[in-house]
Design a protein around this ligand. Structure first.
Ligand SMILES: *Cc1c(COP(=O)(O)O)cnc(C)c1O
Length: 458
């Protein structure tokens, strides 16, 4: 390839080469092992050369050495963490946005900000949240939780006469009440905003992993209540209506972490479990998990946008004073144009497409759960959404070896997990491209490994 000496023409050619290599990666992805092959990664590691190498050679090295070292999570048989894939319109948009290289702030990226704002409004409507809810895209649910927990903290302190911006050292106490199975990253977000993870009042959960409202302590108007929609092992949602009633009576702040599970709200079949969602004060959802937008993309949504803006906005001499911008709601200052990718994802699906995607993930999870139970595994929970936890009641410790064998086979990938004291493994169906055939393939591999493991016992 001869490259132009014009800088932008040259960038265009290299961008096209990157996209070409990415596209050819995708077309063979479902035929290769799901696990990564990490043997060759040493080839990345040499002293940084004094003189740079050509752009085409850089891409060649990264493709040749890096592609085999990827986990094939973009294809349909990765069931490990709740990862999701990338919808075609969203990844195509990302490729285009790479050229735009916009910073998603009003003065620096008006068009991507416009798409971000519409995407937020579409999501507020789809998820049936209060119409005046505002929100912002962040790097993920962890940072979305940070933004909202900081907002809640500031509000609860403000009520006690402790103004925003004053040090937390010596501040009046805030109580944190959370589900015993709240996601580990929420504990980290709490630590980051200075609320600690040592003093949380944990509420016991039921046999589906749902917070039990009757076991909640007395709460008051300096209490932050953290509920979860989408338990990572069972997919279950906390009973929001009952929790909201308690929070409303006490004047507590109700925050909902629904990183992957919030999307279940759109479904006629499983959405009823999220009744009362609209009564919370703040919500977190990821675009990069269930919705299948590219990484990394979380969303922070808040009913009290004035409070959120007060907690997140900054001023600087070089910033226009009265021009509102999504960055006023975000923990990040320089921001990627994530909102535009989710705009593309939502627009390509339409309302019906989002519902179909959610229902499909659920149906596939049901098919998977039925299949594993037929071969003698136990699924100790109902299939609420897209998560399936499996164990072997007689011999749970055998699961670890079974998991390892399936991973090594390359047919599928999922990992060991423990839930409510049981050892087993967890599978998440969160990729838009996963098909019935993919489910049947993982089931048939599991059946083979399980049969061999029955033999290990003899
Ligand atoms: C994944 C997840 C998070 C963290 O989200 P990131 O986008 O990885 O930061 C928080 N809560 C739940 C329930 C999750 O599944």
């Amino acid at each position: 390839m001869t490259l132009s000496t014009n800088p932008l023409e040259r960038q265009a050619a290299i961008l096209q080469e990157g996209a070409r290599r990415g596209a050819s990666y995708l077309t063979t992805l479902s035929d290769r092992p799901v696990r990564a092959s990490t043997d060759g990664l040493g080839a990345f590691d040499f002293a940084l050369p004094k003189r740079g190498i050509s752009d085409l050679d850089v891409l060649d090295l990264i493709d040749r050495v890096g592609a085999p070292g990827t986990v094939a999570s973009a294809a349909g048989r990765y069931f490990g963490y709740v990862i999701g894939g990338s919808l075609p319109a969203a990844s195509g948009t990302r490729a285009m946005l790479t050229a735009w290289d916009q910073v998603a702030d009003a003065p620096t990226g008006p068009s991507v900000v416009a798409m971000e704002e519409v995407a937020i409004r579409w999501m507020v409507d789809l998820l049936k949240l209060p119409p005046k809810t505002e929100g912002v895209f962040t790097t993920g649910a962890t940072m979305a939780n940070v933004a909202l927990l900081a907002t809640a903290r500031d509000e609860l302190l403000d009520r006690q006469g402790h103004r925003r911006g004053k040090s937390l050292i010596g501040a009046p106490p805030i109580r944190v009440v959370a589900s015993a199975e709240i996601h580990a990253t929420v504990l980290k977000s709490l630590r980051i905003v200075g609320l600690g993870s040592d003093d949380i009042e944990f509420v016991p959960v039921d046999d589906q992993g749902r917070l039990q409202p009757e076991a909640m302590p007395q709460i008051d108007d300096r209490t932050l209540v953290l509920a979860q929609v989408g338990n990572v092992c069972t997919g279950a949602s906390d009973p929001l209506a009952q929790i909201a009633t308690k929070c409303e009576a006490a004047g507590a702040w109700l925050h909902v972490d629904g990183a992957f599970g919030l999307w279940a709200r759109v479904s006629q079949k499983i959405g009823a479990a999220l009744e009362g969602l609209e009564r919370a004060d703040s919500w977190v959802v990821d675009a990069h998990k269930t919705l299948n937008a590219p990484y990394d993309s979380g969303v922070a949504l808040c009913r009290h946008h004035v409070a959120m803006r007060a907690s997140m906005a900054i001023g600087a001499s070089y910033l226009p004073p009265n021009e509102p911008s999504p960055a006023d709601l975000a923990p990040e200052f320089s921001r990627a144009a994530r909102g535009a990718e989710t705009y593309a994802a939502l627009l390509s699906l339409g309302q019906d497409g989002v519902i179909t995607l959610v229902d499909r993930l659920h149906l596939l999870a049901v098919r998977l759960a039925e299949g594993v139970q037929e071969m003698g595994f136990t699924v100790p929970h109902d299939v609420h959404f897209n998560q399936v936890f499996c164990t072997l009641s007689q011999d749970p410790m055998r699961c670890e070896k079974i998991v390892k064998e399936v991973q090594d086979s390359g047919e599928a990938w999922f990992g060991s997990a423990s839930w409510q004291g049981q050892e087993g493994f967890r599978m998440s169906i969160s990729n838009w491209s996963t098909s019935e055939d993919d489910i049947d393939r993982v089931l048939s591999e599991l059946a083979k490994v399980k049969a061999r493991s029955d033999y290990w016992l003899l």
